[in-house]
Ligand binder design. Structure first.
Ligand code: NAD
Ligand code: DAU
Length: 375
């Protein structure tokens, strides 16, 4: 097998750790370097099962530090970058937009420029190199909820169950939150490097991910944790907002396929044609969690609590991923109900992980271990 050195940014986060695990296990001849600043969302415990693999290493660094990015890329002779490091939570971006602009825009630019300067020096220049940028469907804005009762695919709507239209790769960018504005801006810089310098890029825009190791500020792990602890389940507004959900490992498999076989310079949407209203997901989570905890059916339905809506809350996301399916044959491996049950089981069985994360203990532990390893 070909030898490659791939730098994964944000590999200690939710999706990043799934991508790192996937590549480290599947490609023993690749060197996988996880570069992560370890913000509140980065947790090396997410990678405990693979941290001793000989083809894996970790470097604690901030992608905004341009000099450090130049050094890491050059010293390790990096030929591929899978860029996931980001501030990722919409509610935090509403409170603190600067941090999002810093990491998602300036951090992305710093990485692009560092990779460009290094790759341009090489005799083979861009040959065999790739900057893979992981983005989101949120850059496209929001779709209408034209079938609010969910009348189903191939009905009078002629589209998804909740509306006629989908986000395609041609949909114009129309971000609404500071988070999605920062991701959109990052995407524009990535594309501009391709168009200006011929720099080799692929961008993918994925829908909402769920699965193990997701930080419990996001809807699904937050609700699982609160059901377990019999705490209120905060639903923004009326709970009618629709999201399109994909199991995190299916996202990682799509990234692998695109990284190796995608067309350079192209954008690909990733999603499972799996639209759900928030309120229906929360009801399903109660059903599954109560069953797995041996509680009575719907014992915890009273925990549902409607709260003030998120500012600028996007109504509906629905992604058309037929380009990826048609070009590379990708499709999600799991049905949503199956994936959700697997996810709830994981959070119940990994109570310690959840407790460490919610108490913040993991940050002190790994910061101390890292300092010790340097001394
Ligand atoms: P996450 O918040 O769980 O993880 C982000 C990781 O990036 C953390 O490990 C954090 O420590 C690291 N990081 C943050 N700032 C950094 C910096 N300045 N330098 C180095 N590392 C830094 O995020 P996630 O949900 O795993 O999302 C990963 C990527 O996928 C993001 O780019 C996000 O926009 C995109 N995405 C997420 C979803 C989703 O549903 N979660 C869907 C589509 C796309
Ligand atoms: O679509 C992809 C995006 O999905 C990613 O780019 C983001 O990084 C990721 O965080 C996610 O964004 P969302 O805002 O859709 O995810 P979140 O889990 O925060 O919210 C999902 C839906 O649930 C959304 O409509 C808001 C709602 N919600 C969320 C929380 C945290 C609630 O009703 N109550 C809550 O407490």
């Amino acid at each position: 097998m070909e030898k490659r050195t791939i730098m994964v940014t944000g590999g200690a986060g939710f999706i990043g750790s799934s991508v790192v695990r996937h590549f480290v296990k599947k490609y023993p001849d690749y060197k996988i370097i996880n570069v992560d600043k370890l913000t509140y969302a980065g947790n090396l415990e997410n990678l405990k099962d693979i941290e001793h693999f000989p083809n894996y290493s970790f470097i604690k660094a901030d992608i905004c530090d341009f000099v450090d990015m130049c050094r890491i890329i050059e010293e390790n002779e990096v030929d591929g970058i899978i860029h996931l490091a980001a501030e990722s939570h919409v509610d935090r971006s509403i409170k603190d937009p600067f941090t999002f602009a810093r990491t998602n825009v300036m951090g992305t630019l710093s990485l692009l420029q560092a990779a460009r300067l290094y790759w341009e020096k090489s005799p083979s220049k861009y040959s065999g190199k790739l900057f893979y940028h992981v983005s989101t469907d949120e850059v496209y804005g929001a779709l209408e909820l034209s079938c609010p009762n969910g009348t189903g695919i191939s009905n009078e709507c002629g589209g998804g169950p909740y509306g006629r239209d989908f986000f395609t790769e041609k949909t114009a960018y129309m971000p609404h939150s500071p988070y999605s504005a920062s991701k959109a801006s990052g995407d524009h810089f990535v594309r501009s490097f391709h168009d200006t310098y011929g720099f080799p890029i692929i961008i993918s825009n994925c829908s909402n991910n769920y699965g193990p190791y997701q930080f419990p500020e996001k809807l699904i792990p937050l609700c699982i944790n609160n059901i377990r602890n019999k705490k209120p389940l905060p639903i923004y507004g009326t709970g009618e907002n629709v999201r399109d959900w994909l199991y995190v490992e299916d996202h990682s498999k799509a990234i692998d396929l695109l990284f190796h076989k995608g067309r350079v310079g192209q954008t690909y949407n990733i999603g499972g044609f799996n639209e759900w209203k928030n309120i229906d997901i929360v009801k399903l989570l109660i059903k599954i969690t109560d069953k797995l905890l041996g509680r009575q059916e719907n014992e915890d339905i009273g925990l549902i609590t409607f709260v003030k809506d998120r500012a600028g809350h996007d109504l509906r996301y629905a992604i058309d991923s037929s380009k990826l399916r048609d070009e590379l044959g990708w499709q999600p491996s799991l049905q949503f109900e199956e994936g959700l049950e697997k996810t709830v089981k994981w959070y119940i069985e990994n109570r310690k992980w959840l407790e460490n994360v919610t108490s913040g203990d993991y940050m002190n532990y790994y910061q101390d271990m890292y300092k010790l390893s340097l001394s």
